[in-house]
Design a protein around this ligand. Structure first.
Ligand code: ADP
Length: 452
């Protein structure tokens, strides 16, 4: 097992990883930008190294600084969290070159899956059903042909995409040119790569993803699904497990498909296979996230497996304790609390948290790095906390989520708490019968989204 691990991240996920390290008896080294000098992850770590100014490109994203921090503190391994360098093949290679274990899949797997078009090719070869669309990237003519074959409306997507960037719905052929120019420019600016592909727009569709763990011997454990269809602008807001969209047969088919694909591509460590489930119940692969997901606690609560601890154990060469399908129990719901202003179209709203009352009590977990008095810097992600709840049944978990959300009090900055309460109270969410367009359809009548 490792003696000392560098946590190459900030915020709630850095705190989450430090906790897992300490529970395993491993020393944690934090990195921080000057904006995060007083952050909780710095305080909880055994050592902390300043890696640059506030801008992420000059600190958390700067590979040489992160590697230098690991080297100078004598770390055996690096945990990347999610975001920042978590899916950066160049960073994985830099870790390899410096004899620091990267807690995640190997560089070639990260590289292959990071290109969504190559990922889809690999999945097709492994017999995974895809959303109909282009075979590769291409210019306008190729995309036009692929869109016509798939049938409008289509979704233009960036091969290097993430976070919904470089994505455009195209309703008809005459909109393709304009959408392509905008999307390719956006992808180029965000990822330095403007390559585009096209997919049929599935509607109504549900976003259902499968969590997987693979050890260094290639053994595979699937941990069931997470339903992530409550989204705003392609960003997840509420996640739950199990999903009301799956019957036992489809669930097993999806998990078996993911296990087979993981073996075929030589997947290692924790990963998530994302699918869209159509109205007919058929599932179609969209992408693999070769890292820990924000919403991983949902699977932890229903399986009782600490995914971060398993990531560390696997990277240290330890075998999975169980393979096949992880046993599950009960129902879990996660609500993301973002520092965003509903009155201003949910623009990120950094500022100082004056008062903070976190919910407690049975079945409630809060993953956060903020405290009363914390300053939310404007430079990073606006998600400040995750409320995760477990109970025996979906109905009980919903009641518990509402109770916990009501207990949660954050003063000083606007947040998505009220929006979450509205969503949880809506008949659509309660019925379990919702899709990725439900939140947009609800916007006109949710009180938290009403114009001021
Ligand atoms: P990103 O990596 O940018 O998050 P994804 O490919 O994971 O992009 O898609 C993000 C979201 O966009 C999905 O959760 C879903 O809501 C929507 N989406 C993606 N592909 C399709 C599709 N073919 N049809 C309908 N919606 C889609």
């Amino acid at each position: 097992m490792f003696d000392r691990v560098l946590v190459a991240n900030r915020g709630e996920i850095a705190v989450r990883v430090i906790r897992a390290l300490h529970e395993l008896g491993i020393e944690a080294v934090a990195v921080y930008s000057t904006a995060d000098r007083d952050a909780l992850h710095v305080e909880l770590a055994d050592q902390a190294v300043c890696i640059g100014p506030p801008s992420a490109t000059e600190s958390y994203l700067r590979i040489s600084n992160v590697i230098a921090a690991a080297e100078t503190t004598g770390c055996d391994a690096v945990h990347p969290g999610y975001g920042f360098l978590a899916e950066n093949a160049e960073f994985v290679r830099a870790c390899d070159d410096n004899d620091v274990v990267f807690i995640g899949p190997p560089a070639d797997v990260v590289e292959q899956l990071g290109d969504k078009v190559r990922a889809k090719e690999a999945m097709a070869a492994a017999g995974v059903p895809l959303v109909p669309g282009s075979d590769g990237t291409g210019g306008l003519d190729a995309l036009r042909a692929a869109a016509a074959a798939a049938g409008f409306p289509v979704l233009l997507k960036a091969a290097a995409g993430g976070g919904g960037k470089g994505m455009r719905v195209v309703a008809a052929e005459d909109e393709l040119d304009r959408a392509f120019s905008a999307a390719t420019a956006e992808a180029d600016a965000a990822f330095g790569d403007g390559a585009m592909y096209v997919e049929k727009l599935l509607s109504p569709a549900r976003h259902v993803e499968i969590q997987v763990l693979c050890d260094e011997d290639g053994n595979v454990l699937t941990l069931g699904e997470r339903e992530c269809s409550i989204q705003r602008r392609h960003q997840k807001l509420v996640e739950e497990s199990p999903s009301a969209a799956l019957d036992a047969t489809t669930r097993e088919e999806m998990e078996a498909t993911v296990a087979r694909a993981s073996e075929a591509i030589g997947y290692r460590n924790a990963g998530t296979f994302e699918f869209l489930v159509g109205p007919d119940g058929a599932f179609h692969f969209i992408e693999v996230n070769c890292r820990l997901q924000v919403e991983h606690p949902v699977s932890e609560l229903v399986t009782g497996i600490d995914i971060v601890r398993e990531q560390i154990r696997i990277a240290a060469g330890e075998p999975l304790a169980a393979v096949g399908r992880a046993a599950r129990r009960g129902h879990a719901i996660e609500v993301r609390i973002n520092a965003e202003d509903p009155a201003r179209g949910f623009l990120p709203a950094p500022g100082r948290i004056v008062q903070l009352q976190l919910p407690l009590g049975p079945g409630v977990r809060v993953d956060t790095a903020v405290r009363a008095g914390s300053e939310i810097p404007p430079y990073y992600d606006s998600m400040i906390a995750k409320l995760v709840v477990w109970d025996d049944t979906r109905a009980a978990a919903i009641a518990r989520t509402e109770r916990a959300l009501r207990e949660l009090a954050i003063e000083g900055i606007p947040t998505t708490r009220e929006l979450a309460l509205d969503v949880i109270a809506s008949p659509e969410f309660r019925s379990g019968d919702y899709s990725i367009s439900t939140l947009a359809d609800l916007e006109h009548r949710l009180p938290s989204l009403a114009s001021p």
